[in-house]
Design a protein around this ligand. Structure first.
Ligand code: PMV
Length: 316
């Protein structure tokens, strides 16, 4: 009853921001993302007869803080859903900095859902896997798939992500690392507060239009449209936080945003998006990479291509 799985992080071009059901992690609006190749999490899960509780190791360190509680709560959902009475040893290792707005929870819970599926021989479909991953972290529902995926808001068993099957090998994101420390305000807490933001309803309304426009722009592989819609969608998401004193932006975040605008004035199609942290992800295509990376030499940069769907193997 042991398996290992790898899942890649994803970054949203149309954001998930706000839950209509906290427990079931049902989003207020549908979202759309790109699974990337360079950020991933490996998860090993071993169910054992003689354990009295779950045990969690992250990068070989025994974890007992709130990260444990989150994983343990997820494992309780697994036990209840699939009528299992065993606890497990969960070993996670990730090249993503946890809690820095670099989608570590997406890759972690997608990998965990898949490892559980293999270890217990559940034979879950992609739909069932996406629903299970969602119950750990909303954005993890999308990391079940490679490339572009769409998570329809839905209601419980209809709230899951599907692959958009867009073949665009030249599409790139570039992570610009401003600060990779663990953030002070987690995404769950901030998105909950946003529901009371005076800008929240406007954001949700616009997001519905953005989603339709984004799907068309992706079909056309139009980087100008894709980048423009994604950038405005991210800014609108972050605008909900501004009046609540909860913004994630650091001075370098704003500096990079301004530099991106300048590059566009020089006819380089590059756009930005930010998640629950100060780091910036740039959106562009292969042909403009050199012009962009040479402009941001002072920051660690990670060029991101399309990442694969979750995968793994059963060990015993
Ligand atoms: O799944 P969570 O709770 O980590 O929330 C992710 C929220 C954002 O990354 C900010 C947006 C998104 O759609 O990924």
């Amino acid at each position: 009853m042991k398996a290992i799985a790898r899942a890649y992080a994803n970054f949203a071009l149309i954001k998930y921001w706000g839950k209509k059901d906290e427990l079931l992690k049902l989003p207020v609006q549908s979202s759309l993302s790109f699974t990337v190749d360079e950020f991933y999490t490996d998860m090993t899960v071993t169910f054992k007869d003689n354990l009295k509780k779950d045990v969690l190791y992250i990068d070989e360190l025994l974890i007992t803080d709130k990260k444990y509680t989150r994983i343990h709560n997820f494992m309780n959902i697994v036990r209840q859903r699939y009528k299992i009475d065993k606890y497990a040893i969960i070993e996670s290792s990730s090249n993503v900095h946890i809690g820095a707005g670099l989608a570590s929870s997406a890759s972690s819970f997608a990998a965990l859902a898949y490892a559980v599926n293999l270890a217990l021989n559940l034979k879950l479909s992609k739909k069932e896997l996406s629903i299970l991953a969602r119950l750990g972290s909303g954005s993890a529902s999308r990391s079940i798939h490679g490339g572009f995926s769409l998570w329809k808001a839905g209601t419980d068993e209809t709230s899951y992500a599907t692959s958009l099957k867009i073949d665009w090998p030249e599409f790139r994101m570039i992570a610009v690392i401003v600060n990779d420390n663990e953030k002070k305000i987690g995404s769950s807490e901030a998105m909950k507060a946003s529901l009371n933001s005076p800008f929240y309803d406007a954001y949700v309304k616009q997001s519905k239009n953005d989603l339709k426009a984004m799907q068309n722009a992706l079909k056309e592989k139009d980087i100008y449209k894709v980048g423009d819609i994604a950038e405005r969608n991210a800014l609108l998401m972050h605008s909900t936080l501004l009046p609540l004193d909860l913004w994630y932006f650091l001075p370098d975040t704003i500096k990079i945003m301004n530099e991106v605008k300048k590059l566009r004035e020089n006819n380089i199609p590059v756009y930005f998006t930010m998640d629950a942290g100060p780091n910036v992800k740039l959106i562009t295509t292969q042909e403009y990479l050199n012009a962009i990376t040479s402009h941001f030499k002072e920051y660690p940069l990670i060029v991101l291509k399309e990442g694969k769907a979750v995968y793994g193997k059963r060990i015993s």
